[in-house]
Design a protein around this ligand. Sequence first.
Ligand SMILES: *Cc1c(COP(=O)(O)O)cnc(C)c1O
Length: 431
Amino acid sequence: MLTDSFSVNSKGHLTLGGADTVELAKEYGTPLYVFDENDIRNNCRNFKNAFDKYYGGNARVYYASKAFSCKEMYRLVNSEGICADVVSGGELYTALSAGLPAEKIGFHGNNKTPDELSFALDSKVGRIIVDNMTELEVLNEIAKEKGVKQNINFRIKPGIDCHTHDYIKTGQIDCKFGFALENGEALEAVKAAAQMENLNLVGIHCHIGSQIFETEPFVDAADIMVSFAKNISEQFGVNITEINFGGGYGIKYTNADKPVSKDESIKILCQAVKASCEKYNFALPTICIEPGRSIVGASSLTLYTVGSVKEIKNIRSYVAVDGGMSDNPRYALYNAEYDAVVANKADKAKDFVCTIAGKCCESGDLIQENISIQQVEKGDILAVLATGAYNYSMASNYNRIPRPAAVMVNDGASRVIINRETYEDLIKKDV
Ligand SMILES: *Cc1c(COP(=O)(O)O)cnc(C)c1O
């Protein structure tokens, strides 16, 4: 089992958060996203508690809501006392609609439109993370027009890249996000910001990658970021009081993945920041992080109904499900790995190697290739595990397939948090 949320009951059915997934499929239909509320809450608490333990609580955890954005998620993280970051006007609108206080919102993005910036200022979001020089100037202009002073952070490219499994320390200048350090771009921007009357540069930000299993990149990031903060306080008198290290904490998609515990990750980050502050004689900043996947990704699944099994002798067997890249484009996009279980046969051996195919009109519409699952037939319920992050949020209406419903389970009880789209929804904007 990937996490403690998963189990198999006496009927041999897969359960998540104490709920029988076969029953969930029956009650709500398929495809269906299912999330374990207790695990999401524990993930929030584990990050927060670790900062209390290792940093006196001088920290803010922002849920990176692009991983899974819907009103209930913002309510949930708000009730856990954590913040959220958004990357578009749409996410901002959703967060505000759910009652998340604007001051707890960080607004990201490499090309926020003037309308989005204006919306963010009018909403009084806590932080805008400025990506580039043009945005800095535009934001200052809009803030001036509105007569407000906005707290901002700068997105920095620290020259560390862990998007691949090999951890690369240089060459990350070729990235669409943020200000580079090595060519002086970041310094120039700080110099400019220091002169701007309607912006207040209070923090610096970096995000070094996703699905990271190592801790050294964060130690290196701490050193680079604290050193830069010290440098700009000396050169420009800019007082950096918070450093944001972004997200990227890895989760278990398959048993091959070995994530570091939240406690351990935060302990190492806090130690590194303290050590760097001592080294550069810099006052301890508020530490911010932005976990997305590691809040919502691991203890979740997507349920499908198997429509057919197509055996191509000596080649492969395709198991066709009633969803696909329309609800989970991640394998088609970048060969993301997943584990899968036949939910109504979860106590049986996984002795059938197959390719799970969606129902979209694309040969590349696959959920996983050459995966071992239980012997499967038409009508079985197939669970693809750990689909909570970047599945619903990346879903589309390709082939005019309605987006699935999402359900939250809690100690065996379940409730809908996103309704299934209807055919009527699909034509709503058509004229
Ligand atoms: C995507 C992203 C995150 C979240 O990343 P995870 O891998 O889901 O934790 C956090 N911050 C920024 C700026 C991001 O772009």
